[in-house]
Design a protein around this ligand. Structure first.
Ligand code: ZN
Length: 277
């Protein structure tokens, strides 16, 4: 049985808002954790006038578009980055869901068959993929904002990576150990060269992801993706010459791009390349 298209569309819309809502919360975490603020009990407020946001103003992406990117009361601008992260979260949720539940590596099964066959395994894979990218988003953006990696976020990533190990038992231990080292070693070297301007925590985060997904996606996908993202970023900075010193080159953003591409599409890309050569 193949799922009808309308079901896929409705499911995707639901997944988008689920992902965007989770990432909306992660934005709060990114903002509050490095400032030592509590992030669960207090509802979001306008950074301009301090007014608590009503539930209608908290709908991810939609509220931003409806309000024209401004606070309803004081008119101060709401940062576009938060909305981009929410949108990314929604798309990440859709992508990781359909990837985890779709027949991969040439097995021609419909979604329903996969679903019934090993729901638990696929569900866990989806959860692990989605959560791993989420934790990375928090780690990398706190680093971009404040230049630090918080231990609590690394512990969260560790827990998620352990779940990912159970979700993807097909990767064996040696593949995982090589995966843990092959990219993180460069980040660790970066820490030394930059005299700790690049925090060592980023190397640990990279190693944890490698441990979860194995060396193939890390070496074949994460490494080149990180390099490409870094080059694009440098080119971008070169164009914006008018903005001096303030904007430093952020390795963590390039790393974030590289790792999420590897987590979400690593298996697909390596399988495709394996078939091509
Ligand atoms: Zn306001």
């Amino acid at each position: 049985m193949i799922l009808p298209i309308w079901f896929k569309i409705i499911m995707s819309i639901f997944l988008f808002f689920l992902g965007a809502s989770v990432y909306s919360f992660l934005n709060v975490v990114i903002f509050r954790v490095p400032r030592g603020e509590e992030f669960v009990k207090t509802r979001s407020h306008c950074p301009g006038c301090g007014k608590l946001l009503s539930p209608m103003e908290l709908v991810p992406v939609v509220s931003y578009v409806c309000l024209g990117g401004k606070c309803k009361d004081c008119g101060s601008k709401i940062g576009i980055r938060d909305v981009l992260i929410e949108t990314f979260g929604g798309l990440n949720c859709i992508a990781s869901f359909w990837i985890s539940f779709s027949p991969m590596q040439g097995i021609s099964q419909s979604l329903c068959e996969v679903w019934v066959g090993d729901f638990y395994g696929h569900f866990l894979t989806w959860l692990a993929m989605f959560a791993m990218v989420g934790a990375l988003t928090v780690i990398c953006f706190i680093q971009i904002d404040m230049g630090v990696v918080k231990n609590g976020t690394l512990i969260a990533l560790l827990v998620i990576c352990v779940i990912a190990v159970f979700a993807m038992p097909e990767v064996d231990l040696s593949e995982r150990l090589i995966g843990a080292l092959c990219l993180s070693i460069f980040v660790a070297i970066g820490t030394l060269i930059s005299s700790k301007k690049i925090p060592f925590g980023l190397a640990i985060a990279t190693a944890l992801v490698g441990l979860a997904i194995g060396w193939m996606p890390m070496l074949v996908v994460a490494l080149p993706a990180t390099i490409v993202a870094a080059i694009v970023q440098l080119a971008f900075l070169a164009i914006q010459k008018k903005k001096p010193a303030g904007k430093h080159f952020k390795l963590s953003f390039a790393l974030w791009v590289g790792l999420w591409v590897a987590i979400l599409f690593g298996n697909m890309i390596t399988t495709f390349l394996y078939g091509a050569f």
